[in-house]
Design a protein around this ligand. Structure first.
Ligand code: ZN
Length: 146
């Protein structure tokens, strides 16, 4: 098989849909069966009919069998749309990453400016629990007690 721009041999059209608009797949098959030529005006017994398949019929056939082959037929317009979205998403991601970097720098400055002063060594807190634990004063040691 070979892709050709025009169907030069009789009947000069797609064997399935009778379109004369190329491109076609030339199957290199000839057939003298007039039933492959549609329409009463085109049936000419004794003529050799060359089998061309137009691109639209090939595309339709491919869409029918692609799933069985684990494939999917994708239109160029669909691919362009996906690539366009991918480009826009990459651009948005670059902008977002730049903003994150900018905000991270600002956050480092804020953290440096608002960081607490290094704490002075803590003096022991007054021990009030001793007074609570001994409300009657029992066990409390008096300063002048010996
Ligand atoms: Zn066709």
């Amino acid at each position: 098989m070979q892709a050709v721009a025009t169907a030069e041999l009789m009947p000069g059209c797609c064997v399935f849909c009778q379109s004369g608009q190329g491109p076609f797949v030339d199957t290199f098959r000839d057939d003298d069966d007039p039933r492959i030529v549609a329409g009463p005006d085109q049936v000419q017994f004794g003529n050799i009919c060359h089998w061309y398949i137009c691109a639209r019929c090939v595309s339709s056939m491919m869409q029918l069998v692609a799933p069985a082959l684990g494939q999917k037929v994708v239109q160029v317009a669909e691919l362009n749309e996906v690539y366009g979205k991918k480009g826009a998403l990459e651009e948005a991601l670059d902008l977002a990453n730049a903003k994150v970097e900018e905000l991270s720098g600002a956050l480092r400055v804020v953290n440096a400016l608002t960081a607490p002063e290094p704490a002075a060594p803590e003096s022991p807190a007054p021990d009030s629990s001793a007074r609570v634990a001994h409300p009657a004063g029992k066990g409390r040691r008096r300063v002048n007690e010996q």
